[in-house]
Design a protein around this ligand. Structure first.
Ligand code: ADP
Length: 303
């Protein structure tokens, strides 16, 4: 759910240069746990209710920040308690939110527009890595990619939620194009249910113009391919007991952004091994952002 009850708009601009800038969504999750789904018109008892901070953009930003990245978030939230609480959540995670300029408009995430992006251009162009997804409008994400690309900032694009007829510029503007199995299926119309399927889908995506393609495969880790080395490589992950895989992909993307920004000399394969490890930690705890590990809780050899 977007935090957008009362019409409002808050726009955050970073103050100091951040190495990882995320242009994307903030969502407040209202979660009820039940043993089954209610039928139409039926009321049933749930056994647990909680409110969590989510949204792919903010999730990725929070994971990068918890690993030690200096981050900032370009986003919109509603002018209501959800929006206010979200800003507080970003601040508590050490994410730069800058000044808020509040005007009255309806909705939130989808109102991030290309003009806002141009206002945030200096923050984007001073970053090492810019991440975006598709929970804001495709036009806003494209503008963010264009700004980053033209300033030589590495672009990490996560086409989620996927749309089948993605504008071809998303591929050519992506240095790293990172999606999961189901997104790869939607984008390529190929079945993706194994590392070897993922290799075939990665080739199709790479031929559309991205420099590097990564397809995540849940407990199977991920598959990578690059223009430099156009053969698929499977990178398996840890064998762990998963209790909640919600947001694992965002933990992975946030971790990858951290490595791209702070350890650019590591091989891509090594970055992906470490991102796999971090995402595997996140699936061992309940919740989305609440399951993301901090640097202090991780093995030293990841840093
Ligand atoms: P999404 O959350 O977008 O569906 P995935 O399910 O592919 O993405 O998970 C992203 C990453 O999280 C994987 O590449 C892997 O590193 C890690 N991961 C997910 N599920 C598991 C699991 N059951 N065991 C270990 N690692 C996992």
């Amino acid at each position: 759910m977007a935090a957008s009850g009362e019409p409002g708009r808050q726009w955050q601009e970073e103050v100091a240069a951040a190495a990882v800038v995320v242009v994307g969504s903030c969502m407040t999750d209202l979660v009820s746990l039940t043993s089954r789904l209610p039928k139409t018109g039926e009321t049933i008892h749930g056994h647990k209710f909680f409110i969590g901070f989510g949204g792919k953009g903010a999730n990725q930003c929070v994971q990068a920040a918890r690993l030690g990245a200096k981050t900032s978030m370009v986003c919109k939230v509603g002018k209501d308690s959800f929006g206010n609480d979200y800003i507080e959540n970003l601040k508590q995670n050490g994410i730069s939110t800058g000044q808020n300029i509040i005007v009255i408009v309806a909705g939130a995430n989808l109102l991030l527009n290309t003009e806002d992006l141009r206002e945030a251009a200096s923050a984007i162009s001073r970053a090492k890595v810019m991440i975006c997804q598709l929970e804001v409008t495709p036009a806003a994400s494209l503008e963010a990619l264009r700004i980053a690309h033209s300033s030589g900032v590495k672009t990490l694009f996560n086409p989620a939620p996927a749309i089948a007829d993605l504008d071809p510029q998303f591929y050519t503007l992506s240095d790293v194009f990172c999606c999961n199995e189901s997104e790869a299926e939607i984008l390529t119309s190929l079945e993706v249910s194994s590392p070897s399927d993922a290799g075939k889908a990665a080739l199709v995506l790479m031929e559309r113009g991205c420099q590097v393609v990564i397809i995540t495969l849940g407990a199977e880790g991920c598959v990578m391919m690059s223009q430099k080395e156009p053969v698929p490589k499977h990178i398996p992950t840890e064998n762990v007991k998963a209790v909640d895989t919600t947001g694992a992909g965002d933990s992975f993307v946030g971790a990858l952004a951290f490595y791209l920004a702070y350890y650019p000399n590591l091989s891509l394969e090594e970055m992906l091994k470490r991102s796999n490890f971090i995402a595997a930690v996140s699936v061992q705890a309940i919740g989305t952002q609440s399951s993301y590990p901090y640097k202090k809780d991780l093995p030293l050899d990841l840093f």
